[in-house]
Design a protein around this ligand. Structure first.
Ligand SMILES: *[C@@H]1O[C@H](CO)[C@@H](O)[C@H](O)[C@H]1NC(C)=O
Ligand SMILES: *[C@@H]1O[C@H](CO)[C@@H](O)[C@H](O)[C@H]1NC(C)=O
Ligand SMILES: *[C@@H]1O[C@H](CO)[C@@H](O)[C@H](O)[C@H]1NC(C)=O
Ligand SMILES: *[C@@H]1O[C@H](CO)[C@@H](O)[C@H](O)[C@H]1NC(C)=O
Ligand SMILES: *[C@@H]1O[C@H](CO)[C@@H](O)[C@H](O)[C@H]1NC(C)=O
Length: 559
């Protein structure tokens, strides 16, 4: 197939056809997506062009100073206009890219405030000449349709150095996480006798009193969802009337950004919003949901683009979305990582679920496996949240590892300085670790923090449902608590917490309940037989520093 040889192939071919920007991107079609047929040449697609930014190194240095509590500029965050000044592509980049687009008849483009993304509508025919190698097909899953190219795209030699990547060709929505369906038999028996996790249990375990609710006028928090799931306002209202007694709360979302689908609500969508709003209670809450209108759009990327075009957005975002690092191109991950830095410069906290497959497993050859890190959980510029269970299902006390809790070491991002000593002490102190061929000790290690992730009650499609589990539960719980801390900071005239990790690691575990018992899952093979990393005193790659003791953590973060 000539298209494939173009992709992986000869240097001389690339001179003629251009240069691939994402040669390492997995372009295979996930099995649940069915090929419908070739896209009509006259059909419209919308593609996202990520223009090369300026001052990325400077941004990195600035972010580490703004998030370091010992720095003189701690908390002196930028607004979006200042971020734009710093990173916007230089004139040459803008000119080269726009004249390349115009030359191909692409004129219907929209930019963002930071000018580093262009979203352009064009016909399939134009897209395929603009991006040699690409061939668009339509795919379906249940009642959804997508346009994607299974074949690598390239761009003209002259523009390749001005673009990071083009979005809308390869990445499929990540697999639906099996929220609430991932218990083992043993756990199901235990669950039958457990009353389950409700807002009252969360608030009791993490020491939230009835008066620990938001009251600052300008505080806000958000969940972002990209799994073609949506929530019903009536479910949230019913959830709050069942479980919201004893603390002041809101029972409605203040703003939905994007298009909500119709039909059945998803478990995941109900979970996020119900728990961020009962932990971060009485705080204005936004929901970001599939913002794309075109079948070529990537919902996660759309959301990132949107953040660069909104001057005022909530201070805390919780997101339960992830892909295997090895399925994504390096160019894409590096650029999304820059986007997280941009958010951090604005004082925004980004919290990602660490994933529900423990250390994960990648089959390299018949006999060889390794762990499988997940992105964005592995980004050094987000706060990643793992999961725990109650040790005794009858008591609201001691937490141990929830074996699904995602964790491990990135193969893409270097270990950031803020965590080096914590991670190295873990590696040194553990008597037994998984074989070193399974993970990369020089990578960013995650998660950073954790919360309960097991046996939640939610309301979905008007029905109360027990036993919902996953780090998509722990993430909004931690997010809600950070929003409460922001609230107290605002009342004292302080800046929001912003990117938390540098400060979190300096606490060395104070303000948190250390989780020291249990291991998470990984490959089922002779070498590791299902076990990944194990928890240990202080930081570990299963539960991070542990779970929040709210009043203690608040006291440590109020200056
Ligand atoms: C960004 O916002 C401006 C102003 O609201 C709008 O005109 C533009 O189309 C937006 N850009 C994108 C990519 O949506
Ligand atoms: C918080 O909870 C723990 C365990 O439930 C308890 O020992 C402690 O006294 C509580 N209060 C504070 C302020 O830590
Ligand atoms: C709830 O928030 C509002 C402001 O949004 C505030 O006026 C009110 O006092 C808060 N309620 C409590 C119990 O703090
Ligand atoms: C917060 O307050 C500022 C200043 O009053 C205002 O410009 C901004 O829109 C508010 N942000 C949110 C997210 O409510
Ligand atoms: C290990 O991680 C580093 C980045 O921290 C990366 O440069 C290196 O390629 C990774 N090794 C493997 C085998 O993936």
């Amino acid at each position: 197939m000539w298209l494939l040889s173009l992709t992986y192939g000869l240097v001389c071919v690339s001179l003629v056809w251009g240069r691939p920007l994402e040669a390492d991107q997995d372009t295979s079609v996930p099995e649940e997506w069915i090929l419908v047929g070739r896209a009509d040449p006259a059909e419209e697609v919308e593609l996202t062009f990520a223009l090369r930014q300026q001052n990325v190194d400077q941004m990195k240095v600035l972010l580490s100073r703004l998030s370091d509590p010992d720095s003189a500029v701690y908390g002196k965050f930028l607004d979006l206009a200042d971020v734009a000044q710093l990173v916007q592509p230089d004139r040459l980049t803008q000119k080269v890219v726009s004249s390349w687009l115009l030359r191909h008849g692409v004129w219907d483009c929209r930019t963002v405030i930071t000018q580093d993304f262009l979203q352009c509508a064009m016909t399939v025919e134009i897209a395929e000449t603009l991006l040699p190698g690409s061939r668009f097909h339509r795919y379906s899953r249940e009642d959804q349709f997508l346009l994607r190219s299974e074949f690598q795209y390239s761009v003209h030699e002259d523009v390749s150095e001005h673009l990071d990547f083009v979005g809308g060709l390869h990445r499929f929505p990540p697999r639906k996480q099996e929220v609430g369906k991932s218990w083992s038999k043993k756990r199901r028996v235990a669950a039958r006798y457990h009353l389950g996790v409700t807002p009252a249990v969360i608030r009791a375990r993490y020491n939230l009193s009835a008066s620990d609710v938001g009251s600052a006028a300008n505080n806000s928090q958000a969940c972002a969802q990209f799994l073609e799931q949506f929530y019903h306002p009536a479910d949230l209202a019913e959830f709050m009337s069942m479980f919201g007694a004893g603390f002041q709360h809101h029972s409605a979302v203040d703003r939905v950004v994007g298009t909500q689908g119709v039909g059945k609500a998803g478990l995941e969508a109900s979970l996020d919003i119900e728990y961020i709003m009962s932990t971060g209670a009485n705080i204005s809450t936004w929901l970001f949901t599939n913002p794309g209108r075109h079948e070529s759009q990537e919902p996660f990327l759309q959301w990132m683009v949107l953040l660069s075009n909104l001057t005022s957005i909530p201070w805390v975002h919780t997101i339960s979305y992830g892909d295997d690092e090895d399925s994504l191109s390096n160019a894409y991950m590096q650029r999304i990582n820059n986007e997280f830095m941009k958010a951090g410069l604005r004082g925004i906290s980004m919290l990602f679920a660490s994933g529900d497959s423990g250390a994960g497993c990648r089959h390299l050859t018949k006999a060889e496996n390794s762990f499988r890190p997940s992105f964005p959980a592995s980004s050094p510029y987000v706060t990643t949240v793992g999961g725990t269970s109650f040790k005794n299902p009858f008591k609201v006390t001691h937490e141990i590892v929830d074996y699904i809790s995602g964790g491990g070491f990135s193969n893409v991002f270097d270990m950031p300085e803020y965590q080096a000593s914590a991670v190295n002490s873990y590696l040194k102190s553990m008597k037994t670790l998984p074989p070193t061929t399974y993970f990369n000790t020089s990578g960013r290690a995650y998660p950073d923090i954790a919360a309960l992730s097991d046996n939640y009650w939610i309301v979905s499609n008007r029905v109360p449902i027990p036993w919902v589990s996953g780090t998509s539960a722990s993430t909004p719980v931690v997010g809600g608590m950070l929003s409460l801390i922001n609230d107290q900071r605002f009342l004292k005239g302080l800046a929001p917490l912003g990117f938390l990790n540098p400060r979190l690691y300096k606490l060395q575990g104070s303000g948190l309940f250390d989780v020291t018992e249990g291991c998470h899952m990984s490959c089922w093979d002779e070498k590791v037989s299902g076990q990944g990393f194990c928890a240990a005193p202080s930081w570990d790659p299963v539960t991070g520093w542990g779970t929040p003791n709210y009043p203690a953590l608040l006291a440590l973060l109020l200056d």
